[in-house]
Write a protein that binds this ligand. Structure first.
Ligand code: CA2
Length: 146
């Protein structure tokens, strides 16, 4: 079985730590990648963190994960609230899927309260800041076995 966890990130998250720190904090996506790799290593697992501003590219990565990943951690960003296509792609993936949101989306505007992706997600993290990613990876480390 694959030992890699794909950590997929949607539009604008390349700006993490560079804009709107009052909402998303000061840490960057590189910090997220480092934290997740360190936690995964405790369990003999690896991570592959990617970010795209393009819906189709995220879908292609989910298809790739079908062959190459043991689990997916995904922050679809704004596509969370709009993308049936990402939901459909995730429904073709057989391993665990954990949805992560840096902010507590349910405290924010009503349009952020619904997630298409949550129809597939096995667990959802929201409001833990970037710590939510590492918590998701720890959960996967504890439950994937192997
Ligand atoms: O809280 C989250 O992680 C979100 O998925 C972030 C999305 C937002 O549309 C979701 O409702 C909740 C926005 C990502 C934008 O990321 C930025 C990061 C730094 C600066 C500007 C945007």
């Amino acid at each position: 079985m694959s030992k890699t966890i794909y950590i997929l990130n949607g539009p604008n998250l390349n700006l993490l730590g560079k804009r709107q720190p009052e909402i998303y904090g000061h840490d960057t996506l590189d910090d997220v990648a480092r934290n997740c790799a360190a936690v995964a290593a405790e369990f003999g697992l690896e991570t592959d963190l990617r970010q795209s501003n393009h819906e189709g590219e995220i879908i292609d990565w989910i298809h790739e994960a079908r062959e190459k990943a043991a689990a997916i951690v995904i922050n679809p960003a704004a596509y969370t609230h709009t993308s049936v296509a990402i939901l459909d792609a995730l429904n073709t993936f057989e391993g665990p899927v954990i949805e992560v949101h840096i902010s507590q989306v349910h405290k924010r505007e009503p349009f952020r309260h619904h997630s298409y992706v949550s129809h597939r997600s096995d667990a959802v993290m929201a409001g833990f800041g970037i710590g939510g990613y590492a918590l998701a990876v720890r959960h996967l480390g504890l439950t994937l076995g192997g």
